[in-house]
Design a binder for this molecule. Structure first.
Ligand code: NAG
Ligand code: NAG
Ligand code: NAG
Ligand code: NAG
Ligand code: NAG
Length: 884
């Protein structure tokens, strides 16, 4: 018995350990070249800073079903208990039409009696909403676990007749995977309709209805559907081919797969549109159902992303040139990771023309025997018609018997380039929409709109096979998954639905870029610089004077337009001074000069610390007075953003000058240098170029070592957790085991940026040489941080700092001897010390924009105390080592 138990526990642990080794690989080598796949959004826009976004919030929730009709200018929305017809030019206009359609109180009561949740499930969730004919829409709702469907007169926006039984057309459960199409009056759907029923792909009408087969071979196993599409392959077909419908889903794998930690596979399946089922064999069943496995793996990490979350089909000029994008995730829900893979339908086609799989000795193997004619699973073509086979009912029995037992193809569908277009850790993409945009360089760029499970939208552009995330936009204040998304090319808007509402945002917001370089660095195919402002290039007919450089994001700007902030600081000698320099771009790194000379040696003894948010002068000395310039370095171009005039006084009774002047015009034309344009005026003392410094490399190397260490420790924790779990598993009831181990794993996945948590992790470094200290990886903080961790309790608030580059002017200084304002610490701390690299110390601060809370003083004192202590204890040379 005991032996059996330990064997069982081994079985439980094995897949976890294998996954763990994968994950630690993933987290231990974040600096390999392939990391290019994991790109950081260039800018972060919080919901407060969104421009031109329009919100719609009806009486209902769960805005999960969208139907866009561009010509009519209407967006039909299906929510919970209601339908809306919204004006696409402005979804919030009061003229919008509504149909209230909720389940009856009796039905809700029955639903509750069935053990369902009357807070979320026992409502009429609209799941299907499509055009039926010229005058009518067709709609289905869950109706508190008793689905109904109905016709809607589109013009009046009201029901025409009574309701139809929806049991075979719409799932009972509002959260169940579901997809469907209404084509030429024929309805095709795929779901697991009822709780106990098997998943099914159906033609619901007209008669005869068709289904998938369950015996002797199950065609679908716990399938979770995410999408479907019609490809009109009959159009201009030389062989008289049929139109086909493709379904996308994840299911439990039947075949042997090489990764024991995974139990699921992603699939694409297809049926022919004019399938009528078989005459004797496969009566009322599809005769053309075929499915194949879709792969999306990161080869470097041997990581197979097997859960398909969403697909978007980009229709080509003809069916064969159409491509589709899949969003994939991992089976372990608590580990955030996403990959985008791109496939071509011609590859899918090839796989469906290839060898079949077959069950032999209860295992799936490739079938190598003779395949009957006409080829099982193929549509009826002219060739068949010439043989007297006019429909699927004329197919010979041996063909149908073969089709019944061979739904699965042996080959897999691989993505273009055999790798993901994009791989992202600590983000769960759940929705995708794709748009093609012509740029000034004559190329047409693919722009991906990616919705996350916490309410963000990423805009990414495919530049020669490499993804660049232009920006991340916070669509909803409250973190919640993006449930639906649709693009209008006519309105140049994107509509995003979630639990709480619907938001319309412009496809691009070029005016957010305030300088030529900002506009250029964004590499946004929609935007160009016209000499004064950044504009949507589509808004201009005269485009000769517009500047854009998608390929490199460097060429075209002559001068910085002058968004330079000038500030004066007067401080007491011995004080710590923070010169704030917030960089708008997450891809930029800071560079500092003092009186035109590059600030060298940021070691602890140099008296300077640099972070991506500012420069800290520790114990200011009089010789540190002077003119400090902060440059944002991006794409090897330095842009002056801040200019500080610092005076260090020894006399404690000097008169205090006004501290802040924010006046771009008083700054003499800012100096910009670019490695690519030698014509530009160099700095008084030309700074060193930006070499990939050796120090930097070792720093990165060390960081990698630490991360692996952390991963190994995490692994040990996990193993312990699993053992503990097993013990508790044996003593208590079973169900909790899996949940527990997933929590253990979550520690590994915890490198997510702390957007929404109540406090923010902030670090400062003396190791970041101002050259390329970008993309810090916040190490999961479950180790000992060496006593430099401080937690300031309280409700946190995100620093709003990412949006406007100009910090608000400082308040007038209070009378002496309070020096806190002069050194800039108390007034700026809430928004600074963000994402600074390294581990010299970490601060968990609360943000309080009022800046007058007594906590600030204690915080300043605390900071000073820490700095003081550091100076004396000489924790220099390798502060990183002391911090783990
Ligand atoms: C949508 O609103 C615009 C402007 O308010 C109006 O011109 C247009 O007719 C409206 N469209 C529909 C379909 O109501
Ligand atoms: C849900 O059911 C409970 C009783 O089980 C009842 O008290 C509550 O009011 C119901 N809520 C709604 C929204 O119907
Ligand atoms: C569309 O379908 C509805 C419902 O079946 C029907 O009443 C209506 O006449 C149809 N309209 C047209 C133009 O065929
Ligand atoms: C509907 O929204 C609520 C939150 O408002 C959420 O808890 C629930 O899961 C959503 N239901 C579905 C089916 O998405
Ligand atoms: C198929 O259709 C052709 C012409 O429409 C007809 O002559 C032939 O008899 C049909 N074959 C069968 C098997 O129904």
């Amino acid at each position: 018995m005991g032996d059996q138990r330990s064997f069982q526990s081994l079985l439980v642990m094995l897949p976890l350990l294998m996954l763990l080794s994968k994950m630690s690989q993933l987290w231990a080598f974040p600096f390999s070249p392939s990391l290019d796949l994991d790109v950081m959004p260039r800018t972060t826009v919080f919901s407060k800073g969104m421009l031109g976004s329009i919100g719609f919030r009806g009486s209902s929730q769960n805005y999960s079903t969208l139907l866009l009709e561009e010509e009519a200018g209407l967006l039909y929305v299906g929510g919970r208990g209601a339908l809306y017809a919204l004006n696409t030019s402005n979804i919030a206009t009061p003229a919008n039409l509504t149909i209230d359609w909720d389940a009856s109180p009796e039905q809700k009561k029955q639903c509750l009696n069935k053990g369902r949740n009357n807070q979320t499930e026992c409502y009429n969730h609209i799941r299907f909403l499509q055009r039926y004919n010229e005058t009518h829409l067709y709609v289905c709702g869950t109706n508190a676990f008793r689905p109904l469907c109905a016709y809607i007169d589109a013009e009046k926006f009201s029901f025409t007749s009574g309701f139809e039984e929806g049991r075979d057309r719409c799932p009972y459960d509002p959260a169940k995977g579901y997809t469907g199409l209404l084509i030429d009056g024929e309805m095709f759907t795929a779901s697991q309709y009822e709780f106990r029923s098997s998943p099914d792909v159906r033609r619901n009408f007209p008669f005869p209805t068709l289904r998938t087969e369950e015996a002797p071979t199950r065609w679908l196993l716990e399938a979770d559907f995410v999408g479907s599409v019609l490809l009109k392959e009959s159009v201009n077909s030389s062989i008289g081919d049929d139109d086909k419908i493709y379904f996308f889903f994840t299911e439990r794998s039947q075949e042997q797969i090489a990764y024991p930690s995974q139990t699921k596979v992603s699939r694409v399946a297809r049926v022919c549109k004019t399938d009528w089922g078989g005459q004797r064999t496969l009566q009322r069943k599809w005769t053309t159902f075929l499915k194949a496995r879709m792969m999306c793996s990161v080869p470097e990490y041997e990581l197979h992303l097997n859960i398909l979350r969403d697909v978007f089909v980009l229709q080509g000029r003809d069916a064969q040139s159409s491509i589709f994008y899949g969003v994939f995730g991992l089976e372990w829900k608590n580990i955030k990771a996403s990959a985008i893979c791109q496939y071509s339908f011609s590859d899918v086609h090839r796989v469906f023309e290839g060898p079949y799989m077959e069950v032999q000795d209860s295992k799936w193997r490739e079938y190598t025997g003779k395949v009957p004619e006409p080829r099982p699973g193929s549509c009826i073509t002219d060739l068949h018609r010439s043989q007297g086979i006019n429909s699927s009912r004329d197919l010979p029995d041996n063909v149908l018997t073969f089709a019944r037992r061979h739904p699965l193809m042996a080959n897999q569908v691989h993505p273009k380039g055999m790798r993901p277009l994009m791989f992202k850790r600590s983000v769960n993409y759940v929705k995708i929409a794709v748009h093609k945009e012509p740029a000034l360089d004559g190329n047409i760029y693919t722009v991906l709109f990616l919705g996350t499970d916490d309410g963000w939208l990423h805009r990414a552009v495919d530049i020669d096979g490499e993804m660049h995330i232009i920006e991340e936009l916070q669509m909803f204040d409250k973190p919640q998954p993006i449930e639906s998304m649709v693009i209008s090319s006519v309105q140049r808007s994107i509509y995003v639905g979630s639990h709480s509402g619907l938001v319309q945002v412009p496809m691009s917001t070029c005016q957010r870029y305030t300088s030529c370089y900002d506009c250029l660095f964004a590499r946004d195919p929609f935007c160009g610089w016209d000499g004064r402002v950044c504009v949507e290039i589509s808004s201009r007919t005269q485009r000769a004077n517009l500047t854009q450089d998608i390929m490199r994001g460097i060429r075209g700007c002559k001068e910085n337009s002058g968004n330079v902030v000038h500030r004066r600081r007067s401080v007491m000698s011995g004080d710590d001074v923070l010169l704030q320099c917030e960089l708008r771009s997450n891809l930029a790194s800071p560079r500092w000069t003092l009186n035109g000379k590059e600030l060298q040696g940021y070691g602890l003894n140099s008296g300077y610390r640099i972070g991506t948010d500012g420069l800290l002068i520790i114990g200011a000395r009089t010789q540190q007075s002077g003119s400090y310039r902060c440059f944002a370095v991006e794409n090897s171009v330095s842009i002056l953003v801040y200019l500080y005039t610092v005076r260090v006084h020894t006399d404690p009774y000097f008169p205090v000058e006004p501290t802040a002047t924010t006046n771009p015009t008083t700054v003499s034309s800012p100096t910009v240098f670019s490695s690519s344009s030698p014509t530009e005026q160099p700095l008084p003392s030309p700074p060193a170029p930006l070499p990939p410094g050796a120090e930097f490399q070792t720093y990165r190397h060390m960081e990698a070592v630490y991360i692996s260490l952390v991963a190994v420790l995490g692994g040990l924790c996990l193993v312990l957790t699993v053992v503990l779990l097993y013990v508790s598993f044996c003593t208590r009831r079973a169900a909790h085991g899996r949940k527990f181990s997933q929590q253990g794993l979550q520690v590994l996945g915890g490198s997510e940026r702390k957007r929404s948590s109540h406090f923010e992790l902030k670090t400062i470094s003396s190791h970041c040489n101002g050259r390329q200290c970008r993309q810090s990886i916040s190490v999961p903080t479950f180790g000992d941080i060496g006593g430099f961790l401080q937690i300031v309790p309280g409700e946190g608030q995100m620093s709003p700092a990412k949006t406007p580059p100009l910090a608000p002017p400082l308040p007038m200084p209070p009378p002496l001897p309070n020096m806190d304002y002069a050194n800039g610490l108390s007034a700026t701390l809430p928004s600074v010390l963000r994402k600074m690299n390294g581990n010299s110390y970490m601060l968990l601060t609360q943000a309080d924009p009022e800046g007058m809370s007594p906590l600030y003083h204690s915080f300043t004192e605390e900071l000073n105390r820490i700095l003081e202590k550091r100076k004396h204890t000489q924790l220099d040379v390798q502060p990183d080592e002391s911090s783990i």
